[in-house]
Design a binder for this molecule. Structure first.
Ligand SMILES: Cc1cc2nc3c(=O)[nH]c(=O)nc-3n(C[C@H](O)[C@H](O)[C@H](O)COP(=O)(O)O)c2cc1C
Length: 303
C-alpha cells in the first residue's frame, strides 16, 4: 500500500528547504510513496534579509515561544493520516523559531503529529541542542513519535560562523568573501542530505524505526560539541532574564533591545573565550559526564 509522507518546514533563505527536499528525494517519483509538502506560512511573515533592528527585536518573543498567527494547512494535510513526517525547523535564539512554535501552538499541530513517526531536521549555525530538547517536549505532549533527528550545522569555528551568518542574514549574501568562507551548512552536506532519506526509507519499509537514530548518527547526521552545549546552557539562563525584562518593561523596549544587542556581542566575543578556557580546564574531570551528555543529545529520548 502507498505510504504517505508529510514534509513540514519553514525556511527564509531556502537552505532548510533544500535540505528537507533532499532528504525527501528518495521518496519522490516512486509510486510506493506520496510526498506532501506543508510550508508553514505566517500571516505576518518575517523579512529576509533582516534589518539589524528587526533581527534583535525578534529575540524576546522567540525565546519566550510567543506564537503568531499562521494560515491553516491545506485540507489534504489536515485530513490525511501520514506514515511518516519529516519536520524541518529552524532555531532562533536557542529555541525553535517563531514560525515553528506558531505551528506547534496553532491547534492544527496535534492532529497532524499525534501517533505519527517524526524525523526532525534542522539546518542551523551550530547551537541547536537545547532547542531540540524544547521541541522534544512539544512532541511528547502531542503523542508524536520522535524516531530520528538530523541536525546539520555550519562546521566552521564558532567565531567564523557568527561573522558569516550575521552577514548572510542581514544582506542575503551567503557566498565566501574576503577572508570569510561561505555562510551556513556546506553545499556538500546540503546536496548530500539525500543519504539520510535513503536510510529513513529503509526503516520505514521495515516498519521498525528502533535503530534509525544510531544509523543516522553513524552517518554524520548529528555532531555534538560539548563546548557549545555549555554555551547554550549559559545562554539559556541569561536569555531568560533578558527576555522577561524586555517583555515586562514595554515602554523601555527600544532601549533595552539596544542594550541586549551590545550585551550579546560582548558575550560572544568576550565571555565565550573565558567559558572556553574553563571548559578546557575541566575536561579531565568532566570527561565521562560529557561523553554521556553527548550520547544523550545525539539521541531522541527525553530525560
Ligand atoms: C533571528 C534568528 C536567530 C537565530 N538563532 C540561532 C541560534 O540560536 N542558533 C543557531 O544555531 N542558529 C540560529 N539562527 C540560524 C538559523 O537557525 C538558520 O540556520 C538560518 O536562519 C537559516 O535558516 P533557513 O534556511 O531556514 O532560512 C538564527 C537565525 C535567525 C534568523
Amino acid at each position: 500500500m502507498q505510504k504517505n509522507i508529510l514534509v513540514i518546514y519553514y525556511s527564509q533563505t531556502g537552505q532548510l528547504e533544500d535540505i528537507v527536499k533532499n532528504v525527501a528525494k528518495p521518496f519522490e517519483n516512486n509510486e510506493q510513496y506520496k510526498v506532501t509538502y506543508y510550508n508553514i506560512q505566517l500571516k505576518k511573515d518575517f523579512p529576509f534579509p533582516w534589518s539589524g533592528d528587526v533581527f534583535f527585536n525578534t529575540f524576546p518573543e522567540s525565546y519566550l515561544q510567543i506564537p503568531s498567527d499562521i494560515y491553516p494547512p491545506s485540507d489534504e494535510v489536515l485530513n490525511t493520516k501520514f506514515d511518516l513526517i519529516l519536520f524541518g525547523y529552524q532555531v532562533w535564539y536557542l529555541t525553535p523559531s517563531i514560525p515553528v512554535i506558531s505551528f506547534l501552538k496553532s491547534g492544527f499541530a496535534e492532529n497532524i503529529l499525534k501517533d505519527t513517526p517524526i524525523v526532525t531536521i534542522s539546518g542551523t549555525r551550530n547551537m541547536w541542542m537545547l532547542s531540540q530538547e524544547k521541541l522534544k517536549v512539544y512532541l511528547k505532549r502531542m503523542n508524536a513519535k520522535l524516531v530520528g533527528n538530523i541536525a546539520l550545522v555550519d562546521r566552521h569555528d564558532n567565531y567564523t560562523s557568527v561573522l558569516t551568518i550575521l552577514k548572510w542574514l542581514t544582506t542575503g549574501k551567503k557566498e565566501a568573501s574576503g577572508m570569510l568562507p561561505a555562510a551556513g551548512v556546506s553545499d556538500e552536506e546540503i546536496n548530500g542530505a539525500g543519504k539520510y532519506g535513503e536510510i529513513i526509507k529503509r526503516y520505514l519499509d521495515k516498519g521498525d524505526f528502533a535503530n534509525l537514530q544510531p544509523d543516522l548518527v553513524k552517518n554524520g547526521a548529528v555532531e555534538i560539541r560539548p563546548f557549545l552545549v555549555r554555551m547554550e546552557k549559559v545562554g539559556n539562563k541569561i536569555f531568560t532574564i533578558w527576555s522577561k525584562l524586555i517583555i515586562n518593561k514595554k515602554e523601555k523596549r527600544p532601549l533595552l533591545i539596544k542594550f541586549f544587542k551590545v550585551y550579546l556581542m560582548t558575550a560572544i566575543w568576550v565571555v565565550s573565550p573565558i567559558v572556553l578556557v574553563f571548559h578546557l580546564l575541566l575536561t579531565p574531570i568532566l570527561w565521562f559526564k560529557r561523553k554521556k551528555q553527548r550520547e544523550y543529545l545525539q539521541g531522541i529520548n527525553l530525560k
